[in-house]
Structure formats: C-alpha cells, structure tokens
Design a protein. Structure first.
Length: 158
C-alpha cells in the first residue's frame, strides 16, 4: 500500500487500541501546512494555520480589497480538500458549510489548485499607495518596513 492509500483504510483498526490510518492523516495534514506555507511565502501571501483540530489554513492578502482563500480537509467528505473564499483571517472561525468548493481528493491536487489560485491572484506592490501601510495596535507592523526596504533596493538598482 502506498502512502496515499490511507484513505482506503479509514475506520480500519490495526490493533485493539490503535487506528493506524489516523497517523497517516496527521502526516498529510502537516505536509499540507508546510507546503501551503511555502507557497504563501513564494507568492507573498499571509498565512494562518487552524491547527489539527480542523486541518485548515487561510492565506490572505494584507491589502485593501485583498483576497482570501481557506482550505480544509473535510472528514465527512472522504477527507477531501475544500476551499472557502470568506474574508476571515482565522480558519477556525469559518463554518464547515462555507467550505463549498471542492479542490481535490489528495494533497497534490489541492496544492496544484492553491498554486494556480495564488499565481493568478498575485498583486503588484505599488510603493506609492498609502493603504499598503497596515496599522496594528499603536505601531506599524513589519509590512511597512518591508515596503521601505524594497523601495531602497529599487532606488539602489536605478
């Protein structure tokens, strides 16, 4: 049996006290988080994980009118991957029925969908637009510093 065949063993017990397929689910969920975080960094999206309670993540653009995508592994639907486009930064706050877009039965299918979505919805940073400065509490967050550093690098190259 291959690594992906754990879905065929759902409900099967390997011993009196152990459900072996659950460890494979957990491993896939950790790969899901790791690969999603890699894509978020690659395409400059923000990332938030929901933990192993619901196997969900959210990626979002931290700009005005930015896009959101949340992905969750849904047990009631054969542990398949579903997406939601609700504007919510915490995947734990999204109701399960709001994950209504099927994006794949396997990790590879879900990652291909996510890669395509992120690349098609990239945004170009306009360093002159004020709304890119995000306020958190009483200070600026690191996004503001990143913009300044990018602008300095562009000025040095010109």
């Amino acid at each position: 049996m291959t690594k992906q065949d754990w879905r065929l063993r759902i409900g099967e017990k390997t011993s009196k006290y152990e459900v072996g397929w659950r460890s494979e689910l957990y491993k896939e969920a950790m790969d899901f988080v790791d690969k999603s975080l890699t894509l978020a960094r690659l395409y400059n999206w923000n990332f938030r994980g929901g933990g192993t309670r619901n196997y969900a993540i959210t990626l979002f653009q931290n700009i005005r009118d930015g896009k959101y995508i949340s992905i969750r592994i849904i047990p009631m639907k054969g542990y398949s991957y579903y997406a939601s486009f609700v504007k919510e930064g915490n995947p734990n706050n999204i109701e399960i029925n709001q994950y209504d877009t099927y994006i794949g039965a396997t990790l590879e299918e879900a990652m291909e969908y996510l890669r395509n979505f992120l690349s098609e919805n990239q945004y170009v940073i306009d360093l002159n637009r004020h709304e890119l400065i995000q306020y958190k509490g009483n200070g600026y967050d690191k996004w503001f510093l990143n913009i300044l550093w990018m602008k300095e690098a562009m000025d040095r190259n010109n």
